[in-house]
Design a protein around this ligand. Sequence first.
Ligand SMILES: [Fe+2]
Length: 403
Amino acid sequence: MTAKSSPKDAIADRLAEARWRTYELIDPLGDEQLNRVHSPILSPLAWDLGHIANFEELWLVQTVGSREPLHGDLGRFYDAIENPRRDRNELPILRDAELRAYLAEVRERALDVLEEVDIGPDAEDPLLRDGFVYEMLIAHEHQHNETMLQLLQMVDGYELPEAVKSVGGLSPGQAPGEFARRFEYPPVRETPHALPTIRLPGGRYEIGGPATGFAYDNERPRHTVEPAPFEIDALPVSNGEYAAYLDETGIEPPLYWERESGDWVDTARGRREPLDPAGPLVHVSWHEADAFARWAGKRLPSEHEWEAAARAALATEPAAAPLGLPGAGQVWEWTSSDFLAYPGFAAFPYREYSEVFFGDAYKVLRGGCWATHRDDLRPSFRNWDLPERRQIFAGIRCARNAQ
Ligand SMILES: [Fe+2]
């Protein structure tokens, strides 16, 4: 057995694991594929890669380490707010060998800075306290891996690396056996659940991230909500249920669904595989999710209801603990809620993470999907996207007012 690792070693290991997963994702691809634009709503992968490194340089090298950037003001081309996705391939971003060198050099400098700083619970700078800024960077890379996987669904013949199939990933040098022992948990749809719905009496529920430990600003502060009594389905809508709905209504199928000899096949990554009727539906927009719920005589849950149910489910079924809610962890789930600030919200560490997105333009998604790193699955996590978007790995869980 090795000695207990220090918090800094643990951070360095997790930074390495996140980067290893990024490299695994692009390993089967050549430079041409990294530079190709597959969709106006998704960046070329080369932009994501440069942005991952640039965000790390900005926070872990320039801000924390007070070092100069490696490439002058290159960072402005990697600013996600300033550069809409459709324009990103026109920018003078780093590509090919230069891009790979940048990723490696920034990482080397970030690790040098990590050696120098105090990341303890008493650190004066809130960015460093309990390693916040490192947690933010690790989560950022995980989240971009998921965005890259959205694009990779459009790459014909792309095979998912094992690192992604297993939700999480291996650290370099870590044996698969160790990974399984550390991270294995039961596949959720096979987890027996006594009730088809979870019924919650009305009352007061605490939602949001705790005051300490890592959470994004939009998850705070924790506060009390008082939903009316409601029921929420124990599982998200399955492919089979949605296929029956399509047959009955004749509406447009989800992204990547095509008819073949009367059956629905999944064409993501250029495959033509029959859809598993028991598998969770994925790749529907908020509008489609809302329409299905209404058709089913139900409605989408609010995000408050979702989180209250997730926490109640956790209390009764600890096996689901890594996933927040039985059934969650396979698809993101659209909620009826607009992405709004919680009462008492304070932007941290920068306005552009959440605050600029608050309002009625974006809908909140809860849960997490197969492409989400397991470290990012928590009941308070709020994802958001435009209601017409279908590239995100999002499905549907229905709710209704208690009878
Ligand atoms: Fe980003």
